[in-house]
Design a protein around this ligand. Structure first.
Ligand SMILES: *Cc1c(COP(=O)(O)O)cnc(C)c1O
Length: 354
């Protein structure tokens, strides 16, 4: 087991020797001329996986989202998304800066919302109102705690959006986590969308890279926007190879991360009971993200507790004044989870009040 046990994010993984071998051996060419065979293969494989006509490799998940948003909108448009969605909360205001759009931010448990929420958010067509042009859904939902969009609810939201003339973008940075957790193909969700973003550098364990997928027309525009945003690259097969390796070898094993996340959550619940209860609450994780709500009365704030855990070699993220996030990933083992629980037990015993 490696120390520290790093539960801050599933982006902290390092490429394995076998993945590096694929990178080393990748055939490459100039991708701006469309001549990188490894990138071309990856794009075909992603389109096949997501059931779209085409796909485009981009450096980051942020760029995958922002390219799609730019293609779907005009300046002054309004994008409907959950207030906690990555493209609003974590992308430096790019939607405003790069696409000139504003946001209609929806509320809803776990980052989800309903067809009615969308109906109410869509603006009527008036010369003095912004145009509603796009709905964004995130699956799994990061700030929502790794929540999965129930397929029927997702389809119903997309149907209403399309009825009202809006496009649908899926931020599927962790789409494969949702697919593996429910045992369904990713097309369960993607077939209702106009574009999809997927990350290789999250749970799939590649060091770099994302893709955006959709129709051939969409990808033709996306190629222009990717270049405009500075994301067109040259002999980039060296990283596309890592993404190809990740899709081949690291998808079905996500089930292990989900099991360990459940064990981590259950373990914390048991520790709370052993210490008399009422210190924290941990909802049952749906995928690889564990959210821990700390009692404001009985425990120090999230920052302070994270600091204590860090001093004992367990890294977690403070996700609000009294909320901690832990993310399970492929560089962790059963021993790392056991170690993290031991440290939590000791630290909680020391810092609890009353
Ligand atoms: C991580 C993430 C992204 C992309 O982030 P990058 O750091 O730009 O790769 C997009 N959406 C969600 C939901 C994410 O968790």
């Amino acid at each position: 087991m490696e120390l520290p046990v790093d539960l801050r994010s599933d982006t902290v993984t390092k490429p394995s020797p076998e993945m590096r071998r694929w990178m080393y051996e990748a055939e490459v060419g100039d991708d701006i001329y469309g001549e990188d065979p490894t990138v071309n293969l990856l794009q075909e494989e992603v389109a096949e996986l997501l059931g779209t006509e085409a796909a485009l490799f981009v450096p980051s998940g942020t760029m995958a989202n922002q390219v799609a948003l730019r293609v779907h909108t005009q300046p002054g448009d309004e994008v409907i998304a959950h207030r906690d969605s990555h493209c609003i909360h974590y992308e430096t205001g790019a939607l405003a800066a790069l696409s000139g759009c504003q946001v209609a931010a929806l509320e809803g448990e776990g980052g989800l919302f309903t067809p009615d929420d969308v109906r109410q958010a869509v603006r009527p067509s008036r010369p003095y109102l912004p145009r509603s042009t796009l709905v964004v859904m995130e699956n799994t939902h990061n700030r929502g705690g790794g929540t999965i969009w129930p397929p029927e609810q997702f389809a119903a939201v997309a149907e209403v959006a399309h009825e009202l003339g809006l496009m649908v973008h899926l931020d599927g940075a962790r789409l494969m986590n949702a697919a593996v957790a429910l045992g369904v193909p990713p097309t369960t969700w993607t077939r209702h969308t106009d574009s999809v973003a997927i990350c290789f550098s999250k749970g799939l364990g590649a060091p770099i890279g994302s893709a955006v997928a959709g129709s051939r027309d969409f990808i033709e525009e996306a190629l222009r926007v990717r270049k405009m945003f500075g994301g067109a690259m040259r002999q980039v097969g060296v990283i596309a190879a890592a993404a190809r390796y990740a899709l081949r070898h690291n998808v079905s094993r996500l089930a292990e991360d989900h099991r360990r996340a459940r064990e981590l959550a259950r373990g914390l619940g048991e520790i709370d009971q052993e210490l008399g209860g009422g210190l924290l609450s941990v909802p049952e994780p749906q995928t690889n993200i564990v959210m821990v709500d700390l009692s404001p009365q009985r425990l120090p704030g999230a920052e302070e507790l994270a600091q204590r855990l860090r001093s004992e070699q367990v890294l977690v993220g403070a996700f609000g004044p009294h909320r901690i996030r832990m993310v399970v990933h492929l560089d962790l083992t059963d021993q790392s989870v056991a170690f993290a629980l031991e440290v939590w037990h000791r630290v909680l015993g020391e810092v609890r009040k009353g």
